[in-house]
Ligand binder design. Structure first.
Ligand SMILES: Cc1ncc(COP(=O)(O)O)c(C=O)c1O
Length: 387
């Protein structure tokens, strides 16, 4: 089956492990196993001793009852049977698309977003229309545009809330309007919610799509909000018929996920509020640093993110985003993601939820590299410098 290269994952695979100051990572600074276990005062030695006694069977095929129960508590109207464990949100998204999409279906997906969300349905033979998220609209969808895109063949509308890469957030009222549009053509809505609850504003609560719509499907995972990407666990929360279809398709690809991962995930989910508190502090502190940097770096501007862990930085330099990021990486090891991975040339994506010192150092290195580019450009008589 033909499919395009997954640009952002390809980019990460090429360079991430050698990055010195990695400000491309989208997880909130990852936890160690011991940090996770100790988060509620549990003794790691005792925890690990008990883990050692665990017989390594396939475990609960659809995820342990504890896992499914704790995940269902993250929603208002989801029962444990309506939660299905998968290998990361990437596995969850793939399974939903593999289970629902047939050749000839029509799909609408927001753009820019995680490429999987629009190129996988296209690879299954769907005709995919992209709904642009524009900086002048704070990277929010234009609902008149969405209305004009849907038709009676539209099976699925795909959104990503909060959005990667822009950090925008669709609030409740707009979500309800999207639900009305989906209802008018009887389409499902898949909402990739891997960054859910990572809000900048205190008190801002945005509901999950499953709690707003009878044909709403939420995918999420342990990776971003819980800082545990290494567990490779995620889930689908959705209506009965979708979960049944997903289970049928899942039997061919997954059997079960790792049972040790399941045990650690249960410990993390029991401490969800604690980890979220830690992570909201990191994203708020770090966004303040990024914001101060943007204010004093004349070549860069942005739509300030309201949620999630990433932002798109627009730059005013005569260089492609890929050349910029490769040049930066080679010059000093700082690592960003080119906007071209999201069809957003003239931008780079930053992941600002990393260790605060790494963020500060990484931004310093970006400034250093920009000065070098400007000096070289000025020598050659190009108008690199705005100063
Ligand atoms: C929007 C979005 N969905 C899904 C994923 C995959 O996450 P996971 O590690 O849970 O598979 C990512 C990772 O960057 C993402 O940004």
């Amino acid at each position: 089956m033909k499919i395009k290269t997954f640009a952002v994952e390809h980019w990460m695979n090429l360079y991430e492990m050698e990055a010195v100051n990695n400000i491309a990572e989208t997880c909130v600074e990852s936890l160690t196993v011991n940090e996770l276990i100790e988060i509620d005062g549990t003794n790691p030695e005792e925890f690990l001793r008990n883990l050692g006694k665990q017989k390594l069977t396939y475990g609960h095929i659809e995820g342990s009852p504890e896992f499914r129960g704790l995940v269902s508590n993250l929603y208002d109207s989801v029962s444990p049977e309506n939660v299905l464990m998968m290998n990361g949100a990437i596995g969850a998204n793939f399974l939903v698309l593999y289970s629902l999409i047939e050749p000839g279906d029509h799909v609408v997906a927001v753009h820019p977003t995680y490429q999987q969300l629009y190129d996988v349905p296209a690879s299954f033979g769907a005709s995919v229309d992209l709904l642009p998220l524009r900086p002048e609209n704070q990277f929010l969808p234009d609902l008149n545009e969405l209305k004009s895109l849907v038709n009676d063949k539209t099976k699925l509308i795909i959104i990503n809330n909060p959005n990667n890469p822009s950090g925008s957030i669709i609030e409740k009222q707009m979500l309800e309007e999207i639900v009305e549009i989906a209802r008018s053509c009887d389409a499902y809505i898949l909402c990739d919610e891997v960054y859910r609850n990572l809000m900048q504003e205190d008190g801002l609560v945005v509901p999950s799509i499953v709690d707003l719509y009878e044909k709403g499907i939420s995918t999420s995972s342990m990776s971003k909000v819980l800082s545990l990407a290494g567990l490779r666990l995620g889930w689908i929360a959705g209506p009965d018929q979708v979960i049944a279809e997903c289970i049928k398709h899942r039997d061919y690809t997954t059997i079960s996920c790792g049972m040790l991962d399941d045990l650690l995930a249960v410990h993390a989910l029991k401490n969800y509020d604690n980890i979220l508190k830690r992570n909201r502090k990191i994203i708020k502190d770090n966004l303040a640093i990024l914001d101060a940097w943007i204010q004093q770096e004349p070549s860069f501007s942005y739509v300030k993110p309201r949620a999630g862990t990433t932002a798109l930085l627009k730059y005013d330099l005569p260089i492609s985003s890929e050349d910029f990021c490769i040049g930066l990486f080679k010059a000093n090891g700082a690592f960003l993601t080119p906007g071209s991975c999201f069809d957003m040339e003239g931008h780079v994506r930053i992941g600002y939820a990393c260790d605060t010192e790494v963020l500060k150092k990484g931004l310093e290195k970006v400034s250093e590299y920009v000065r070098t580019l400007q000096q070289e450009g000025n020598k050659k008589g190009h108008s690199y410098s705005k100063n």
